[in-house]
Write a protein of this length. Structure first.
Length: 255
């Protein structure tokens, strides 16, 4: 879908407007590539943290006005996010935050099981006391966010926990793949997850760290498999209409 939409976007290149007026706070990261990278990171974080909800429209002209850059620059950023499946590009309709289907949700969790479960022995062999402590701090913050009713932050912290586990395996390509899967999982949980619960027990992550610390590799593999299956089993279909978000408020760039 992204490929055909990107081609359509390329055909419309001549429709690009002049750079919009700079909004306060835009472009702090510098000019050119650095500036576009900073904008990409801000939009990506807003999607993963659910400040931009699945289905939300991402109008090029509005984003260009908010960040004080050209529509051409915004278009390239949206195309990049589309390659990560965080944004959907539709010809003649434009960009929106991806709203994953239930079939995609199942595929993403199947991929996570194939990869994350097999990384557990590697993590266990490389885990240091400082790593275990940091993982437990993430798990604690996740529990606190859930108790405070901060669902989006809890989802984000859970994703960070799994990403950090993958990084500790020492396999950079697989860790990068897990990071992308976790970003897509965050969208899936935002659409199909249950409020106040992430589909698993709040102490699951602590138990997993203990297994990894004590070298119980086979148990850690089986535990991760059950953990991911429990999250997938908790998903329920919830349809919602497209939103027109207040981009200036989301990115705190209102004059």
């Amino acid at each position: 879908m992204a490929t055909s939409a990107n081609a359509a976007a390329g055909r419309n290149e001549g429709q690009t407007g002049k750079p919009a007026r700079r909004s306060r706070g835009a472009g702090k990261a510098g000019n050119g590539a650095e500036r576009h990278e900073a904008i990409y990171q801000q939009i990506r974080e807003a999607i993963v943290e659910h400040r931009l909800r699945p289905g939300a429209r991402l109008r090029e002209d509005a984003l260009a006005e908010v960040f004080g850059v050209s529509r051409t620059g915004i278009r390239k950023i949206l195309q990049r996010l589309a390659l990560e499946y965080l944004v959907t590009l539709t010809p003649r309709r434009g960009a929106s935050v991806s709203r994953p289907s239930i079939e995609e949700a199942r595929d993403v969790f199947a991929a996570r099981q194939l990869v994350e479960c097999q990384l557990m022995p590697w993590v266990s062999r490389r885990l240091k006391p400082a790593d275990a402590k940091a993982l437990r701090e993430l798990a604690k913050s996740e529990r606190q966010a859930l108790r405070a009713g901060e669902q989006s932050r809890a989802i984000q912290l859970s994703a960070q926990f799994h990403q950090r586990l993958a990084e500790l395996s020492g396999n950079t390509p697989l860790a990068e793949f897990v990071e992308r899967l976790c970003s897509r999982s965050s969208l899936i949980l935002a659409v199909y997850g249950s409020s106040g619960h992430l589909g698993c027990e709040s102490h699951d992550h602590d138990e997993l760290v203990t297994m990894l610390e004590t070298g119980k590799e086979a148990r850690a593999v089986a535990f991760m498999q059950r953990h991911l299956k429990a999250i997938e089993a908790s998903l329920s279909i919830e349809e919602s209409g497209d939103e027109a978000p207040d981009l200036a408020r989301i990115f705190s760039l209102r004059d």
